[in-house]
Write a protein that binds this ligand. Sequence first.
Ligand code: EPU
Length: 345
Amino acid sequence: MNSTPYAPGPIKSMPHLGLKDRNTFGLDATADIAYEITAPGEIAGVMREVNTQNLPWRVLGGGSNVILPKVLPGATLLMNITGQEILPSDQNATLIAVGGGVNWHEFVAWTLENNLPGLENLALIPGTVGAAPIQNIGAYGIEIADYIDSIEAFDVKIHAFVTLSKDDCQFAYRNSYFKQHPQRFIVAKVVFKIPKVWQAKIHYADLAKQFEENPNPTAEEIFLAVCKIRTHKLPDPKVIGNAGSFFHNPVIPNEQYETLLKKYVDLASYPDAPGKRKLAAGWLIDQCGFKGQRMGEVGVYENQALVLVNYGNGTAQDILGLAKCIQDKVRNEFGVSLEIEPNIL
Ligand code: EPU
């Protein structure tokens, strides 16, 4: 990890800012003081303020993976560093530096418009570029980790910008060094490494089905197919509040998987590390009868049981109450614990 000293930039604060339209669950929350961050130097400036006043703080990107309380005390950094730049690259891969505040889906579309295919399987994932590596977003057979070169972040511990290599990031399924060290890094820029030789990745079941008749699709065709599948299975946060998958897919030992499979022959699962199996949490929740169920202002989405939704006036407490019911029932039925995916602030 290399570090560089910083020159704090000017800061712009917004007191008592409503965040209902800045979190995809659509929760009614207010930030005590919000800071809009448009350049890396501003992060340093705000964090100096945070330190001097000993304020609690957090970063909000696209707000697509958070459960917000009614009031967020202290400082809320709204990440809005934009811009993408193609860096000097070699013959094997193209390097692209992208601001942490860039919308993820718009970036994926931009790569295709600029003839840099590779990220198309990750189309339509809500959120920002800066938030994407924290939980190592993944879908339809690929993970963002496969395409990261390095990350420029503000290290709160040493008050300097650091560059983390892909290895430093310790990416794993929905996990990273950033997630393991909450409140330590603020991602300013992500450098992507897109291989120059492209190969379609359509092995994921839903995608394979789309291309039964067309085994050699273009990246654009894959992009459109992923958008179609996601639009059907996952609710549009602009229409109905949600944070995508609400639980991780649980990983269990092979022996436990074999025992479950004897009782539930159509148990949905994926291969994982040797000796382990990843179960489809959506299948487990669906089997417990939750799909499409409503509990007051919140519920379980009708097309994908892994997604919890807010019908409009739900609170963090309502969502966590429903989550607890689901966790209890799945544990009783299958002996499997479900871990919540979004960050509970
Ligand atoms: N299933 C059901 N009922 C349901 C939902 C799913 O039986 O209500 C079964 C499906 O039939 C399928 C299996 O479970 O056999 C897997 O379902 P799906 O393909 O929808 O994927 P998933 O495992 O539920 C994961 C990611 C998604 C990602 C998809 C596609 C996690 C926690 N979720 O979902 O990521 O889009 O695979 O790759 O790993 C997200 O993180 O927000 C997200 C949407």
